[in-house]
Design a protein. Structure first.
Length: 150
């Protein structure tokens, strides 16, 4: 019975957390307005000035993916430092564990790159500014007309 007594505070916190979360949802459902907002409420308001143009569409920010990259590598650094300190004591087992951990981190990075975490905005296509160069277009004689060069 003594071993179970150690887990009672954790059980109490779990029950309190569930009660708080469910109570928050119930309170939100009871206190939230149930009417749909009017067009006047949905319109942007800027110091009493009526907008003449529609506001631009929202830019899709992918900050959460960049934050995930930060968290992943932050956790990796937190776990790699103690490993580096006790590397000689862990020997082969520790090396295999760190390789598995690094593989999981690398897989998470590949997932984030595949989801577009490092893509910031629309793809820009380069437009050629000049026609392709030829010897006649590159070498222009001084005082010659364009008809003579071609």
């Amino acid at each position: 019975m003594m071993d179970v007594d150690q887990y009672l505070p954790i059980l109490g916190l779990l029950i309190l957390g569930v009660l708080f979360a469910s109570g928050s949802f119930v309170a939100s459902g009871l206190l939230a307005p149930h009417k749909r907002p009017t067009d006047a409420k949905l319109a942007p308001y800027e110091c009493g000035i009526v907008p003449e143009i529609e506001p631009p569409q929202r830019f899709p920010v992918r900050f959460y993916l960049v934050a995930m990259i930060f968290v992943i590598f932050d956790i990796e650094v937190v776990f790699m430092y103690p490993f580096a300190v006790v590397f000689r004591q862990l020997r082969g087992f520790g090396l295999i564990e760190v390789l598995v951990f690094s593989l999981a981190v690398f897989a998470a990075l590949l997932f984030l790159v595949a989801e577009g975490a490092l893509t910031w905005g629309p793809v820009k296509h380069l437009v050629p500014g000049m026609p392709s160069r030829t010897s006649s277009s590159t070498i222009v004689r001084i005082g010659a007309d364009e008809k003579e060069v071609a």
